[in-house]
Ligand binder design. Structure first.
Ligand SMILES: [Zn+2]
Length: 435
């Protein structure tokens, strides 16, 4: 057991439902077997556990491990391809790189780059959009398992409108998905995600195969894209006889409490009603939406309709792995929406980056640093004299300090990362858990 002595900020309850920022300046967190077993003022926890070693982290502040609910592993090397809308960006940047993952050695290098990106950003849990090639998905699972990250991912399936090398058939999609799920789902911290790329590139046959896998693999998740770009939406409607984008998934039983749909920048009210009724979550990816010019996310309409919303980096259309940047961009987007936007506090941004993601992924034991939760944590430790360090030293309140983390924090300010009590990164040092 170890007592972590540190300033802790977390959001155990959604600020969209009345929760507030919880801040403990000199907190003691007793951690054993990866789980937080006591929490309180350091002096109290220390007095109750006088023989346990203390790790003094008071130079920085501790947040729950960050949760990224939409991020593409094959796209880590194409981050920064600016200047194009969605479908052109896919053709120019993403799809050529995704075809290269047919080479399993290339895929392994990409998976390592990808996991390093997550770890350096303080992301300990992720719903990862996989690859179109089953061996590349195997590699992604292997690397995530090696690091002990909480990763849910799966085979991406499509049978039309993409380059031939990325296409499959419903039969092959089903067989390969079941095989991958059989090998990895439930192993360690890994789970399987049924993942048609989007209904633009997935025929009814592929969506039926997805539905079969989803129902036959208990506890699996479903993820895909939704209502990202107006041109994409009209193409989907044309392919599905005028159906709404949500309906293209819903008619196959794929919109459920275990479904996370990325973007939803342009929903109809009826679609929001369906998402809420089914209990599905939407992964909001604000830097991606801005980089591709997709639009300004209507957060207020989602919240008022009762749709769960979490945050995703959407690497590689998103501009990096940092959920501090995504949180800040989410704030910007709401400001730009004027009266239609929601004024987000720093507590909202932390919730979107942690508890909301855990909730979207159905993980009740991560997302905040309460007793009984897994000790997944990120230690924010700016260099002395950096604007963030100056800001934290001069913050007027915990909320103000947290605002500064989102405004100024980068991956360089991540001083340590723990998953289930195991430290996997410390500044520039990173290491997988011992095997
Ligand atoms: Zn995406």
């Amino acid at each position: 057991m170890t007592i972590f002595r540190v300033r802790v900020l977390d959001t155990p309850t959604s600020p969209f439902a009345g929760g507030t920022l919880r801040s403990d300046d000199d907190c003691g967190l007793l951690v054993g077997d990866g789980v937080i077993t006591a929490r309180g003022p350091f002096d109290v926890v220390r007095a109750e556990h006088p023989d346990e070693p203390v790790l003094d982290l008071r130079q920085g502040l501790l947040l729950p491990g960050l949760v990224d609910t939409h991020v593409h592993f094959p796209q880590v090397r194409v981050i920064g391809g600016l200047g194009l809308p969605l479908l052109d960006w896919l053709d120019r940047y993403a799809l050529p790189e995704e075809m290269r993952l047919a080479d399993v050695d290339h895929a392994r290098g990409v998976a390592r780059d990808f996991v390093a990106g997550l770890v350096d950003a303080g992301t300990t849990t992720a719903l990862v959009f996989g690859a179109h090639q089953a061996p590349a998905v195997d590699v992604m699972f292997e690397v995530a398992d090696h690091w002990g990250l909480r990763v849910t991912t799966g085979l991406v399936t499509s049978d039309r409108l993409l380059p031939d090398a990325l296409l499959t058939t419903p039969e092959r999609a089903y067989a390969e998905s079941r095989e991958l799920a059989g090998r990895w789902h439930g192993k360690g911290r890994l789970r399987y995600a049924v993942t048609p790329r989007f209904s633009l590139s997935a025929s009814e046959g592929v969506l039926e195969a997805c539905a079969a896998t989803f129902s036959e693999v208990p506890g699996s998740l479903f993820t895909s894209h939704l209502n990202e770009n107006l041109h994409e939406i009209s193409e989907v409607a044309a392919l599905f006889g005028g159906a709404s984008y949500v309906d293209t998934y819903d008619r196959f039983g794929l919109v459920t409490p275990r479904s996370v749909l990325a973007h939803d920048v342009h929903p109809t009210d009826a679609e929001l009603g369906t998402l809420a009724a089914r209990g599905a979550a939407v992964a909001h990816c604000p830097t991606s939406n801005a980089a591709l010019g997709s639009g300004l996310f209507p957060l207020r309409r989602h919240i008022e309709a009762g749709v769960r919303v979490s945050l995703g980096s959407d690497v590689g259309a998103g501009t990096g792995f940092s959920l501090f940047k995504e949180g800040l961009q989410a704030y910007f987007v709401q400001q730009l929406l004027g009266p239609d936007g929601m004024l987000l506090t720093s507590a909202h941004l932390l919730w979107l980056s942690t508890g909301a993601g855990a909730d979207a992924l159905g993980l009740g034991d991560v997302g905040d640093l309460s007793v009984g939760k897994q000790f997944d944590a990120v230690w924010v430790l700016p260099e002395p004299g950096d604007p963030l360090a100056v800001g934290l030293d001069n913050a007027s309140s915990p909320e103000d300090a947290l605002s500064k983390v989102f405004a100024l924090g980068t991956t360089s300010d991540v001083g340590g990362v723990w998953v289930a009590g195991e430290q996997i990164a410390a500044g520039r040092w990173r290491s997988p858990r011992p095997r």
